[in-house]
Design a protein around this ligand. Sequence first.
Ligand code: 13P
Length: 333
Amino acid sequence: MNNNTLVETIARLIKSPKGILAMDESLNTCNRRFSDLGVSQTEEKRREYRELLITTPSLEKYISGCILFDETIRQSTLKGKSFTSVLTEKGIEIGIKVDQGLEDYIGHPAEKITNGLEGLERRLSEYKKLGATFAKWRAVFKIGEKTPSDDCIRENAEFLARYALLCQTEDIVPIVEPEVLMEGAHSQEKCYEVTARSLDAVFSELKKLDVFMPGVILKTNMVLAGKDAKEKSSPEEVAKMTLKCLTESVPRDIGGIVFLSGGQSDEDATKNLNAMHNSGPLPWPLTFSYARAIQNQALKYWAENPADIKGAQDLLINAARNNSEASIGKYKK
Ligand code: 13P
């Protein structure tokens, strides 16, 4: 394990005013999004779409790293150039989703546990050879009357910590992602409480395993009222509660913090990030790692106009630019 390598990778990943493009949708998720838009769910279509994303001109101006899925990290452009070399030539870091998805958490109806520790060492060393410098593991917590349970939070946190340690052993930066889902009608206060509980558990497990904190990126949800809540939180409220929660639960020496968009509208995800950067100096680097809030428009356009790649890429770069501006508090609608 080389701490300098981890710190240097993070410095490139959180270089202002850039953020991370998450394009690591699993086969199921990617196919579901395609199916909703009437796109056929084939390996070739997924390849074609991902080629469109990574070959977007000037992507590197706003995007420092792309998180890929196992299928994608092995794919190439139509002309035969590997996706990894396309990204490397643009100076974009290669990330890889290494968890293997969600499973029912036995004895805890409606809760999920994230799997993927089995064989992880071997997979990490293969991904490293393919050019990956960072990785991602996502745990999910759904807010319900009795969920998430302490058991579910603790066990997912233990897995995240073991994953993080294995990544660092391979000199791969771990993104640890405990996501509190937006689904539901819960209040912003409830989201705050659950986010704080999950972050506290994650950092306590990371500490137990002596994971090198400046070599870790936290990927987290913003602290928001649920999607179906009667009252929506304003960007200022989101910024205030999210920063309070992060300040109380995240160690100061963490390498960086990035947000998922979590089903917020594109505009909300951008405005909320922007508001955080207008709240005074922050103790850690803070930027975006969005999938939907960057891809939504481009994917929809491409589904309807498959021959107009440039049109879809223009929408993608526009969303990336908006979030880049938000990452320095300079976004204007
Ligand atoms: P969204 O921005 O669509 O929430 O996805 C981010 C992500 O990578 C979830 O793991």
